[in-house]
Design a protein around this ligand. Structure first.
Ligand SMILES: [Zn+2]
Ligand SMILES: [Zn+2]
Length: 375
């Protein structure tokens, strides 16, 4: 190719330029003639030329060969590296790149969603069982009502960024020994937005969002479990880039109850009875989450024995039956006796004798809970 320009001339550097100077010159030239930026005819050809020159001059061996033999060092084809030529392994890549660049309707990635927010709400044990309407207060970014998020005064349309042509990114061709690669970095002029805020909205100062204190109603469903998290779609922060709002995650913290503990749908409680009640049985009133209920303690109840109160537990949070309440009976030995009681116990002792039963060590509380729950 007789009209092929000198590589040094292409990059605008002297023949004695250092590697650094060559790299800097390449960057300047490539930026200036990048087809994404430069819409003039021939910019694409010029850009290819710059890349070809840089590929040779940035490689010490090739540069030395070029210095001695000129373009002849690269063979007769004039396209020594298959640079974007037909049949080149990089041809397709290059084609699609320039195809995309030439197209005026740029495909941009979907705008980023607003940030998610998380709040914690405290509910009582009962509220977690039966459900409650709660209010949470939070501070969040909302779309500016004056500009509707356009960031421009009176909601005008913001003009396209002149640096990136509206794509929001600057693409660069990188030469490596494996060939050329496109790298895309966010445009620094518009911060990747693709548009410029030339006349900022005074209400949001061109941010498109404003911070607002809000009180949000949250429906805590009956049966919610400890540390469960509710998602309120699109109740998070507004997007700064015109995307959808983030979500609000509400973490539910359940206060402990003085009488009840909870294992998912099962409520557990304990009652203490005296030795006479345990031996003879009794009619009791037992506290449940629904209030006191009548319960017949059978005769010969052993300490640690458990009873199941059906449907006195926690409703299924997805709807369905309530769980049960498990009542553990503890036989409480009196710490103090009246004279009458002492006499009666002495008579009882004489009647029952002083024999003891040898038995293996009792099973633990959790084994018993497992028995009752059938797990
Ligand atoms: Zn605004
Ligand atoms: Zn830009």
């Amino acid at each position: 190719m007789a009209d092929k320009r000198d590589y040094y001339e292409v990059l605008g550097v002297g023949r004695t330029a250092t590697a650094d100077e060559i790299r800097r010159a390449y960057r300047t030239q490539a930026r200036q003639h990048h087809p994404d930026i430069n819409r003039e005819d021939g910019a694409e050809e010029r850009f290819k030329e710059i890349n070809e020159a840089y590929e040779v001059l940035s490689d010490d061996n090739r540069r030395a060969a070029y210095d001695r033999f000129g373009h002849a060092a690269n063979g007769a084809s004039g396209d020594p590296f298959g640079f974007g030529g037909a049949g080149s392994p990089f041809g397709d890549l290059f084609e699609s790149f320039f195809g995309a660049a030439a197209s005026s309707s740029r495909r941009r990635a979907a705008p980023a969603r607003g940030a998610d927010l998380q709040v914690t709400v405290d509910v009582t044990f009962e509220e977690a069982v039966f459900g409650v309407e709660q209010e949470v207060e939070l501070q969040r970014f909302e779309t500016c009502e004056a500009c509707h998020g356009t960031k421009m005064r009176d909601g005008q349309t913001s003009p396209r960024c002149t640096t990136c042509g509206g794509s929001g990114e600057v693409r660069r061709v990188q030469q490596t020994i494996l060939g050329q690669f496109m790298t895309a970095t966010p445009c620094s002029n518009c911060n990747g937005e693709g548009t410029m805020v030339t006349d900022p909205c005074p209400n949001c100062r061109g941010r498109g969002r404003v911070s607002r204190a809000r009180t949000i109603g949250v429906s805590i469903p009956a049966g919610i479990d400890e540390n469960a998290t509710l998602r309120l779609t699109s109740q998070g922060e507004a997007s700064a880039h015109g995307g959808p709002a983030g979500n609000l995650y509400v973490k539910v913290r359940i206060a402990p109850h003085p009488l009840f503990t909870r294992h998912h749908k099962t409520i557990q409680s304990q009652v203490g009875v005296n030795v006479a009640q345990a031996a003879l049985g009794d009619e009791l009133e037992i506290a449940t989450i629904d209030g006191p209920v009548a319960f017949t303690l059978p005769a010969a109840t052993q300490s640690g024995q458990q009873f199941r109160l059906r449907n006195r537990g926690v409703p299924d949070v997805r709807g369905g039956n309530r769980g049960d309440q498990i009542v553990t009976v503890q036989v409480v030995t009196p710490r103090q006796l009246t004279d009458d009681q002492r006499l009666l116990f002495e008579q009882l002792a004489a009647s029952m004798g002083s024999e003891i039963t040898q038995q293996p060590s009792p099973r633990g509380f959790f084994d018993k809970v497992k028995d009752v729950l059938g797990v």
